[in-house]
Design a binder for this molecule. Structure first.
Ligand code: SAH
Length: 210
């Protein structure tokens, strides 16, 4: 019997992502619904795809690595910066109590919100980005995922984390980043790198200046 595109995607992801709960969550999300129709034949391939407005849906392996690094138990409130297609938020929603996700581009936000509603996701709130990065009024959060690259960890996001909370964010230059996991302690921030990655840039005051 031929292996399905979804099985092949999970086989690719499981080369780097070991947590069975993360793989099970990714199995539940119909990734083809989150990409434009002309991209559907490639929806389950292990790379990023264009979703319009110069943005991309992240590579499945990267979605898996970021989700695994969040160490979710089902009790957490999670903030995502960069809703994009809504795919990462959908994966998170299977593993967390509540997901708040913020998107700068109205067209993407509206499409993702409608799709997540259509697919029956009830613990995801999609918000428009305003002048504050993130969604401080709904915080603090146990975990923050930033799905766009930044030159440094934006201080306002550290402020939106509980003590002991974790932020997962690509940090580096516009062209290449390290996927950083940082834990907020009472008096310090502990950082580790999960390795190299390449994301579209975070826009706004905490993004790249050039
Ligand atoms: N997580 C997405 C991929 C996101 S691509 C998915 O699963 O499909 C990065 C997204 O971040 C883009 O949609 C971009 O518009 C958005 N973005 C960039 N800067 C932002 C900011 N300051 N606040 C909110 N969203 C931002």
């Amino acid at each position: 019997m031929p292996i399905s595109a979804l099985d092949q995607m999970l086989a690719d992801v499981s080369r780097q992502v070991r947590d069975p709960r993360v793989l099970a969550a990714m199995r539940k999300v119909p990734r083809h619904r989150f990409v434009p129709i002309d991209q559907r034949p490639s929806a389950y391939e292990d790379h990023a795809l264009p979703i319009g407005n110069d943005q991309t849906i992240s590579q499945p392996t990267i979605v898996g690595l970021m989700t695994e690094a969040a160490h979710l138990t089902g009790e957490e409130r999670v903030l995502e910066i960069g809703t994009g297609s809504g795919y990462q938020a959908a994966v998170l929603s299977h593993l967390a109590r509540e997901v708040v996700t913020v998107e700068l581009v109205d067209e993407l936000r509206e499409r993702a919100a409608a799709l997540l509603t259509d697919l029956g996701y009830q613990n995801v709130t999609v918000l428009a980005a305003d002048h504050d990065l993130g969604a401080p009024s709904l915080g603090p959060y146990d975990v923050i995922l930033v799905t766009a690259a930044a030159p440094a960890i934006p201080p306002p996001l550290i402020e939106q984390l509980v003590i002991g909370g974790r932020i997962i964010i690509p940090v580096g230059t516009r062209w290449s980043q390290q996927l950083i996991v940082a834990t907020r302690h009472a008096e310090s921030i502990e950082e580790e790198s999960l390795g190299g990655c390449r994301f579209v840039p975070l826009l706004g005051p905490h993004g790249f200046k050039d």
